[in-house]
Design a binder for this molecule. Structure first.
Ligand code: FES
Length: 319
């Protein structure tokens, strides 16, 4: 996403979906919103007291509604974005957002789509199941949450539960999806999707490895690791001949956006899509993404600037 591509929107509704989850409905201030399909997300730009913040959120609605709708979980430990949305943003406020991008599309299959969601990881599946119901596609949703008060979209999902399309698991009562059984029950043309905390993604991946082909497993991570795991450092931007300071709790990407007008393509801002891959010309990177493999990292040639940081005091990048 480049800074030139922002869409100006207005918040037209805020609804409480669960004790710590609010839904924000955004309309365009400049004509129709661009089309999007299920699995898409937008990046919301927020100006906090001391810095800019950009967070990705899945769209939970059908594009035909003509609005963007996102569900945001309050996170007291966040870098500020979710807390700001929950505590400071009101109906009538304006928000700049990116055009929709889709890194979590439905697979092209006549088989069943089997969704496993943990907590706020339910959001992309809310759009997917609506799309499949319109298309006549088949799905099963497994949705785990901690405590009935934290379950978003419960009223919407209840009729699907009664129809055998959705299984709900309140982990506070000890209820959990049987991942091995879910994987064992997949037909050859079924696809498996997971979105939620890293522990759930790791468990589903472990259950699926060696049992289904990798292309039938689809993963969406909705949060990167916290960034406040190091000291501030300097990044030299070789092509533009400038230097920037990257704060201890800030990404290189956010620092570039804050201090320069350089446009960097970035879809996920979470370290897994690969679009922000940038040439590393000097310095030692602290890789924190899920995109580069071990050989890429050992080559010291590129860095994913949305999440990765520096081990050395300075880095030089090909920007
Ligand atoms: S924007 Fe996706 S990996 Fe950086």
């Amino acid at each position: 996403m480049s800074m030139q591509q922002q869409i100006a929107t207005e918040v037209i509704a805020i609804d409480t979906l669960a004790t710590d989850i609010k839904q924000f409905t955004l309309k365009s201030l400049n004509g129709a919103l661009p089309p999007f399909d299920s699995g898409s997300h937008i990046v919301v730009q927020l100006t906090l007291a001391e810095r800019q913040c950009a967070n990705a959120y899945s769209l939970v609605n059908d594009a035909a509604e003509g609005v963007f709708r996102i569900a945001v979980k309050y996170d007291a430990c966040s870098r500020g974005g979710s807390r700001h949305l929950h505590e400071a943003v009101e109906v009538g406020d304006r928000l700049a957002v990116s055009p929709p991008a889709n890194l979590f599309r439905l697979a092209d299959t006549t088989g069943r789509h089997v969704f496993i969601a943990g907590g706020i990881g339910i959001t992309p599946f809310i759009a997917h199941l609506q799309a499949l119901e319109q298309q006549g596609g088949r799905y099963t949703l497994h949705y785990a949450f901690r405590g009935a008060d934290s379950a978003a979209f419960g009223a919407m999902l209840e009729p699907r539960r009664r129809d055998g399309l959705a299984e709900l698991y309140d982990t506070a009562t000890g209820s959990r999806p049987d991942l091995a059984a879910i994987v064992a029950g997949l037909a050859p043309d079924d696809h498996l999707y997971v979105c939620g905390p890293g522990s759930l993604i790791d468990a589903v991946t472990a259950a699926a490895v060696g049992r289904i082909a990798p292309e039938r497993l689809h993963v969406e991570r909705f949060s990167a690791q916290p960034l406040d795991d190091g000291a501030a450092f300097t990044v030299n931007l070789a092509r533009s001949g400038t230097s920037i300071e990257v704060g201890a709790d800030e990404s290189i990407l956010a620092a570039i956006e804050r201090q320069t007008d350089i446009a960097v393509d970035c879809l996920c801002r979470e370290g897994y899509c690969g679009t922000c891959e940038t040439a590393l010309l000097a310095g030692e990177a602290l890789h924190r993404d899920q995109y580069l493999d071990e050989a890429d990292r050992a080559a010291h040639k590129t860095i994913m600037i949305c999440v990765s940081r520096a081990k050395s005091r300075t880095l030089t990048l090909g920007l």
